[in-house]
Write a protein that binds this ligand. Structure first.
Ligand SMILES: Cc1cc2nc3c(=O)[nH]c(=O)nc-3n(C[C@H](O)[C@H](O)[C@H](O)COP(=O)(O)O)c2cc1C
Length: 363
């Protein structure tokens, strides 16, 4: 790996701190783009024929059984305050028995002093931890040694490899040389001793790329669709000048809405799918699971609730979210997540969703 300068280290630390500050303080939802779930109507059962209190929220994912079909998507690490945020998130995820994602561990490779801001298992050993690195880094200066360092440094149970071309494009110091990225992905996947998750951060992964990831051996794909937190917007807000786009540029709306990406990925591939990107209500989650997703990922609402209202509030928010999925399950007459995941035919794609799915030859 190239020697990193002190300036690089400082830049990374302050970038991760800026991300959290912007996410908490600014409107970072993507303008005029929705996650698309409102275009799918649920057909409820008139007679559910189940007992609400028998509904089981357990979800199988990566060979483990979790208590809820939800995970906290990777967010932070790499600067002093991130240690507390990650430890609090780890505590919540361990108590709820759901997976927790870390933010990009690049900071910890570049600056080993920041390892303790990611290493939540030191205080919460039983949390199911998903590590995180960016694929583009492997096209630049990372190799499998850095991959192992990230995994072993936090004792990760799975590793998310994020693909974030649109984010990098809008980032002041973005890396836009993705040449050779598929080969790097194959190398990582072959080498990894723990499950690898291919992950977008808000532009969505089309089913062709989901299939390609599946073929190269990933254990799950987080389709990270459009309609939630806009990374293009966050990065543009970090530019003081020389923005590649203005905040109202229509290009910012490019991306596959989470619902469309989920529907087509679950139709065309057998790899477990995580639906992340604007999944802010139990209703959207129930629809994603009915499409066949294995898990729903949530980032921004968990972080903002944690920072603005504390641990208890964030934990209650997640519990309320799961309860809300359960209410939808009751109306659909299913009492397990595995059953809910077979209910795709009870979702009616309307309008633009129907056009998208028909154009993509999914329906
Ligand atoms: C403050 C913050 C930092 C994030 N940092 C990362 C990261 O380092 N790596 C990554 O793969 N995704 C990162 N994400 C993206 C999330 O995992 C998620 O894909 C995205 O925010 C969409 O989910 P949401 O609409 O629930 O926020 C971050 C999200 C937030 C809110």
């Amino acid at each position: 790996m190239n020697q990193k300068t002190d300036e690089d280290k400082f830049e990374l630390k302050s970038r991760k701190a800026q991300h959290v500050k912007i996410v908490v303080d600014e409107n970072v939802g993507v303008d005029k783009v929705t996650n698309g779930f409102e275009l799918f109507d649920i057909i409820p059962r008139s007679v559910p024929d189940i007992n609400y209190s028998d509904i089981n929220m357990n979800a199988e994912f990566l060979g483990r059984t979790f208590d809820h079909p939800i995970m906290v998507a990777g967010m932070t690490g790499g600067y002093p305050e991130a240690k507390q945020i990650n430890e609090k998130l780890a505590g919540i995820c361990s108590r709820l028995n759901i997976p927790m994602g870390l933010g990009s561990q690049r900071a910890m490779i570049v600056n080993p002093d920041t390892k303790n801001t990611f290493d939540v298992k030191a205080s919460v050993p039983d949390v199911f931890l998903v590590g995180n690195l960016g694929l583009v880094q492997f096209c630049m200066d990372f190799d499998l040694g850095e991959y192992d360092q990230a995994v072993e440094g936090v004792d990760a149970d799975a590793m998310a490899i994020h693909v974030n071309a649109f984010q990098e494009l809008c980032q002041p110091e973005g890396d836009v040389n993705f040449k050779g990225a598929w080969d790097e992905f194959a190398r990582i996947s072959k080498h990894s001793k723990i499950p690898v998750i291919g992950k977008e951060v808000g532009a969505g992964i089309p089913y062709e790329d989901v299939i390609r990831m599946e073929k190269l051996g990933v254990s799950a794909v987080d389709i990270g669709g459009a309609g939630g937190t806009s990374w293009a917007k966050i990065e543009l807000l970090r530019h003081s000048d020389d923005r590649p786009y203005e905040l109202d540029d229509p290009t910012l709306r490019v991306g596959i809405p989470t619902a469309f990406a989920t529907y087509e990925a679950t139709a065309k591939s057998d790899v477990p799918i995580v639906s992340t990107g604007g999944m802010y209500s139990g209703l959207t989650a129930a629809k994603a699971l009915a499409m066949g997703s294995s898990m729903v990922g949530i980032a921004r609402p968990v972080l903002t609730t944690l920072i603005n209202h504390g641990v208890e509030a964030a934990e209650q928010w997640l519990l309320g979210y799961s309860e809300s999925i359960k209410r939808l399950m009751f109306l659909m007459g299913v009492d397990s997540i595995s059953q809910l995941r077979k209910e795709k035919s009870r979702l009616v794609p309307t309008g633009r969703a129907r056009e998208w799915l028909s154009h993509r030859k999914i329906i």
